[in-house]
Unconditional design. Structure first.
Length: 397
């Protein structure tokens, strides 16, 4: 079962209809909202939106669809003569929306219906969803190719950033290798070298190898610590600049305004019902059905069908004018309330976004600080090991 919540769509000020599984039929006389209901369903499913989709005289509206699995909503806003829509409709792809426009929403503006009525060729309309599907496939393939290219560019940039450091390390290793080879040649050229000298040479080679390994480890840890400190500094700066200061009692204010808005909606609905019913009695020629009318030259005299007091048609019409003014005032009040509610909702959303971002930054900062402490401890041990191997090299040399 689908439950709908409709506000300011076509001729519907507010309604909450239900669509049950199977065939649903809507029966009513003219101007009772049948087309407006279909327009609301079409809107939340993902159909096209026009200026006529919003209720005349309003600047915003929405349709919410609650299914057993998910909630979908489209919000409409009028800017000048243009109406824009945002939110998540039930149909998400252009292919689905085009198919629905052609084969589901069979109103008087439907292109297939118009083509049949005017005897035009249906082929372009029938193959339109297939053409959109092919376009979406091409877009998807191009996006995949772009992601591969961007990934290759990122790897190339990372490699370019590391190139100077790697080149410097290679030069250093080549220099040390040349020095070791020269020492080896000197040692090998001494034919009278004793067994003790052989052992010392081996110890020197092993000590230098371990010293080089320790040196590389120290360099790696120092670069890692430098990177962690830079990241920590960035996160701390962002946290320091971030302020999450929600307006006092924002949620309570929002709930209060929403409650007031619902009350005003109910008042408007009540006043409009009373106005329409009375106007139907007066203008529809049904006054004789509810009261005994004494038609005089000055005005029709009758007993009020509600309270029984004597009155005239002119007095009733004067009260109708006052009722119309009250309806207009409440509509203006509702427009102001709706604007206030929208502003409060936006403030609440932005505050929650900042709060989540702050928590995320704090978690990342804690992780970086823990990694920094571990790396500093490891660097201290690596420097001690490097110093030990350097002493061994000096002793062996």
């Amino acid at each position: 079962m689908w439950e709908l919540d409709i506000s300011n769509i076509a001729g519907i000020r507010h309604g909450e209809p239900t669509v049950k599984p199977g065939i649903n039929a809507v029966q009513a006389s003219n101007w009772q909202g049948k087309t407006s209901l279909v327009t609301a369903i079409r809107t939340v499913l993902g159909g096209s939106v026009t200026s006529a989709t919003l209720t005349d005289g309003t600047d915003a509206g929405y349709v919410q669809l609650q299914t057993p699995e998910h909630t979908y909503e489209r919000r409409l806003r009028r800017t000048g003569t243009t109406v824009t829509a945002d939110g998540q409709p039930y149909l998400t792809t252009e292919e689905q929306q085009a198919t629905a426009e052609l084969f589901a929403f069979l109103d008087e503006h439907n292109r297939i219906r118009t083509a049949v009525r005017e005897g035009e060729d249906l082929t372009p309309h029938l193959i339109e969803p297939l053409e959109r599907e092919d376009i979406e496939g091409q877009i998807s393939r191009l996006k995949s190719e772009r992601e591969v290219v961007e990934s290759d560019i990122d790897r190339a940039q990372q490699a370019a950033e590391k190139l100077p450091t790697k080149t410097e390390a290679i030069t250093k290793l080549e220099t040390e290798l040349a020095e070791l080879e020269a020492e080896m040649e000197d040692l090998e050229g001494d034919a009278t070298e004793s067994g003790e000298q052989e052992e010392l040479r081996d110890d020197l080679t092993a000590a230098r190898r371990k010293r080089e390994q320790s040196s590389q480890r120290v360099n790696r840890l120092e670069r890692k610590i430098e990177s962690l400190e830079s990241q920590i500094e960035d996160k701390e700066s962002e946290l320091e600049a971030m302020t999450v200061s929600a307006a006092p009692n924002l949620s309570e204010k929002l709930a209060d305004k929403q409650s007031t808005l619902r009350d005003v909606d109910q008042e408007i609905e009540t006043l409009e019902s009373l106005y329409n019913a009375t106007n139907n009695v007066l203008d529809g020629g049904h006054l004789d059905l509810v009261a005994d009318v004494d038609r005089r030259i000055d005005s029709d005299h009758l007993s009020c069908w509600v309270c029984g007091s004597d009155t005239t048609r002119d007095e009733i019409e004067a009260r109708m004018a006052g009722l119309s003014e009250a309806i207009s005032q409440r509509r203006e009040q509702r427009s102001e309330l709706q604007s206030t509610v929208s502003d409060l909702e936006e403030k609440e959303r932005k505050t929650e976004q900042k709060r989540r971002r702050k928590h995320s930054l704090e978690d990342k900062l804690n992780t970086l600080q823990t990694n920094l402490a571990d790396s500093q401890e490891e660097l201290t041990a690596a420097k001690a090991e490097l110093e030990e191997h350097t002493d061994r090299v000096d002793q062996s040399a």
